[in-house]
Design a protein around this ligand. Structure first.
Ligand code: MG
Ligand code: MG
Length: 267
């Protein structure tokens, strides 16, 4: 994860991250428009890259530790860090698309899991609960609470549905670096971990599995999939700890405007 210091952000820094969050949300929406059976994940990557560059940003992930693309595209049993390529989406898939925008010296980071056509009801429910867990985690964000309060909220909801909580990957601080301190695990105990302070910006990103929580890495040294090959879901927002609570700096609004037209919003 790199740096251990927690960098607090000024209101000006936060404004930059928020503007990046809007570019990011619109890039995600351009991708959402194209999600359908038959499209390759490489084609989706190109849509996002062009949109971000056209808006004066840089894709946060491209060349990050050698990652070769703008998007992490993770289909079905892939949890995170899938590399875009020649794979075509097909009816019944779920696909997590994770994206970051860097502009004005700061990153914004967000992910959403999409349904491709008709998806099995147990997987739709996984997506619904995972997204809900993101917001349950966010509700715990306020000065004086601890990271463990966020972690516990996510874990208790999702394990309450008998889902698996991935432990090997966690949320993180966001700022001048894509990944800063503190780590934000999706499992933990109330009252534990670093204390939240106004000015902290964190990416909260539950990675939740339909089966067991165990994951393995593919030979490409990036792709993380479930060991039992059951589906996974992933939703992420970049969130400010404000003086009184929280402010979400990324947005699903543009994505969901697109998805509403096809009744594919994850409720
Ligand atoms: Mg992300
Ligand atoms: Mg992240």
């Amino acid at each position: 994860m790199g740096k251990k210091v927690i960098y607090l952000k000024s209101p000006e820094d936060v404004e930059v991250i928020k503007q990046n969050g809007i570019i990011l949300g619109k890039a995600q929406a351009e991708v959402a428009k194209k999600i359908a059976p038959g499209i390759t994940t490489r084609a989706l990557d190109k849509v996002a890259e062009e949109f971000i560059l056209d808006n004066g940003g840089k894709p946060s992930f491209k060349n990050y530790n050698g990652f070769p693309a703008t998007l992490c595209i993770s289909v079905n049993e892939v949890v995170v860090h899938g590399i875009p390529g020649g794979r075509e989406l097909k009816d019944g898939d779920v696909v997590s698309i994770d994206c970051g925008v860097y502009k004005g010296g700061y990153h914004a980071d967000s992910a959403y899991t999409y349904m491709v056509g008709e998806v099995k009801s147990e997987v739709v429910e996984l997506l619904r609960v995972t997204k809900q867990s993101l917001y349950e985690g966010i509700k715990q964000v306020k000065p004086g609470n601890r990271i463990g309060d966020v972690s516990y909220a996510i874990q208790s909801l999702t394990e309450g549905h008998n889902y698996g909580v991935v432990r090997e990957l966690v949320g993180h601080g966001v700022g001048k670096f894509l990944h800063e301190a503190p780590e934000v695990p999706n499992f933990g105990k109330r009252g534990n971990g670093p204390r939240l302070q106004a000015g902290m910006v964190i990416a909260i990103e539950p990675m939740i599995t339909l089966g067991k929580r165990f994951v393995v890495q593919e030979n490409d040294n990036w792709t993380i999939r479930t060991e039992d090959r059951k589906a996974a879901a992933h939703f992420e927002h970049t969130v400010l700890v404000s003086k009184t609570g929280y402010e979400i700096l990324t947005t699903f609004e543009f994505i969901e405007e697109v998805l509403e037209q096809n009744n594919l919003v994850v409720l």
